[in-house]
Design a protein around this ligand. Sequence first.
Ligand code: SF4
Ligand code: SF4
Length: 318
Amino acid sequence: MSPTTPTRPSRGTGRLTAYQRRMRAIGALHHRRYAVQLTVAALVVVAAVRHQRESSSGAPSVDALCPFGAVESLWTWVTTDRLLPKIHPSTLIVGLGLLISVIVAGNAFCGWICPFGTVQDLLHRAKRVLHLPELRVPPRLDRALRWLRFVSLATILLLSAGTVTLWFAGFDPYLTLFSLHWLFEPDLATMWPALLVLALVLGASLLVERAWCRYLCPLGGVLSALGHLSILRVRRSPSACTGCNLCVKPCPVGIDVAKPVPSVSTDCIGCLECVASCPTGGALVVSAAIPGIRRRTPTATTGPVPVSIRPRHERDAR
Ligand code: SF4
Ligand code: SF4
């Protein structure tokens, strides 16, 4: 090639438009999040295979990796002074880790770690590839249905304490799917209620993105309530926001991110899709604040946003 031949700007060095930067930020976020989610899901599957194949060696089952067991155990112990049988000690450690992560980063566990959330994200991706329609739940019905998480939570806790058993284990769709009993020890006569619940939940998640997380997950109910204690939250600056609504559609749990409140709902699963999608610097950021202490709302005209994680495209532009 002659020295005078014009060259196209190489990837990463050319000057990108704001739209290209935003698309890059969204693509990079997807790669990172799916990498984390698929790694965790793969580890859980490995643990399930080990348990099925080497149960005599004491390899724990996948319910030992679910922090909801800690909630059930704690509630039963506090209300009945008795311990649930078959609870693996690791459940309590995972539960404590989750509590710390909620205080730091809200429900990011649901968006980045929970394998059942990953399955629902994969279903949503498949639906988009197949061009299947998304069911839009009317806002009032959506708000009402979200309370079902607390109904499900209260029912499970009352029945766990009442029977002093892991009552929910017989229906838990995470456990049904990831325990791999259906693969290693298929027994339709005893498993059909759990398989029916799993089929209904996966079917609902095909119609509505992350339907289980939005409307039924008992752990989601606990995390949503604790989310008010979280230090890192996605916050919107009404003065910087242009009201373009580009942040609304990508939200997997249907939060109206463009509504004029400083912090998004505690139903947020920390996926950061909205932050990556926002084209306006300082309008939507992840920022730290001690719960209960008022902080200055970030604006586009008041200089750098304090202690915040800015959208990737905004950082790239600097
Ligand atoms: S509000 Fe934003 S970060 Fe939270 S779940 Fe929705 S898109 Fe993800
Ligand atoms: S937060 Fe950002 S993406 Fe959402 S409406 Fe405001 S400017 Fe648009």
